[in-house]
Write a protein that binds this ligand. Structure first.
Ligand SMILES: [Zn+2]
Length: 273
């Protein structure tokens, strides 16, 4: 079964626009939207017994909020852009408060084998979450990151870090054998990155294409619709699962994050190219 998960970006820190401009307009709607969400899309804690025993012949996916997704396939537990903090920013005084809590903590995750980071925006790369994952899993964890981010990850305590350029591939196996080898490919997106006033686009951004012995999934991170979708689909598709963002509607930000219909089009491009 093929599945597309569209992840709405709740934090405008990655839009390139000053946050206060959109925040002023959005504040009037926040309470109403949160009530709507609680009714129609409540935050549910994942069932630990389900996470600890994924099916051996299928792919199991758990959305952990924003761009954080736990993908369990082909004997691996893979986490994307893990953010479990209550805010996004350099510290709690210069940050954007999270609208809705993460559904679980790092301590409640099953054993994680690999983490894929799409880009360095604060709502996709959270220092506290990285440190918490390192504290719990240590050297058992392998980090796959964009080119230019390895030194940051090492400073955060990450031991096993692979940084890749677009279209670069690397193979990963939990048992360090040739059995059950999974290929991690860093693939292009249409986006950008910045964490400070001085580091705009100093680190690469992108998506992750993960090709296992039986299943394959695509994680877009943040992206506008671009020709890369068809190229990725042609080279690595079709996919069993894809996590694709939905952009904010005001202001329109399709250059950096696909809008609703484009998200579906992106998925079709991945599978039909
Ligand atoms: Zn971003």
């Amino acid at each position: 079964m093929s599945v597309c998960l569209s992840v709405r970006s709740l934090c405008e820190s990655c839009t390139g626009k000053p946050f206060f401009k959109v925040r002023k307009e959005a504040n009037f709607l926040v309470i109403f939207i949160l009530q709507e969400l609680e009714q129609n899309l409540p935050v549910l804690a994942p069932d630990s017994s389900v996470l600890s025993s994924p099916p051996s012949d299928d792919i199991q996916v758990t959305w952990l909020g924003h761009a954080s997704v736990l993908v369990q396939m082909d004997g691996l537990n893979i986490l994307t852009d893990p953010v479990f903090s209550g805010f996004c920013g350099p510290n709690q005084f210069m940050s954007f408060k999270r609208y809705r809590p993460a559904p679980c903590s790092v301590d409640e995750l099953p054993n994680i084998d690999a983490v894929c980071i799409s880009h360095s925006h604060y709502d996709h790369l959270d220092l506290k979450s990285v440190k918490d994952l390192n504290q719990r899993f240590g050297e058992c964890l392998h980090w796959f990151v964009p080119m230019g981010l390895k030194s940051w990850m090492s400073n955060a305590g990450c031991k096993n870090v692979t940084e890749l350029e677009w279209w670069e591939e690397t193979q990963f196996s939990k048992q360090k054998s040739n059995d059950n080898v999974t290929k991690f490919v860093f693939t292009p997106t249409q986006h950008w990155c910045r964490r400070t006033l001085m580091d705009e686009n100093k680190v690469l951004w992108g998506s992750w294409t993960v090709v296992g012995p039986k299943h394959r999934f695509f994680f877009a991170g943040d992206t506008g619709y671009c020709k890369g979708f068809k190229q990725i689909g042609k080279q690595y598709g079709p996919f069993d699962f894809a996590a694709i963002p939905i952009g904010a509607y005001k202001p329109r930000l399709e250059k950096y994050i696909v809008a609703n219909l484009r998200s579906g089009q992106s998925y079709l491009s991945l599978n039909r190219a």
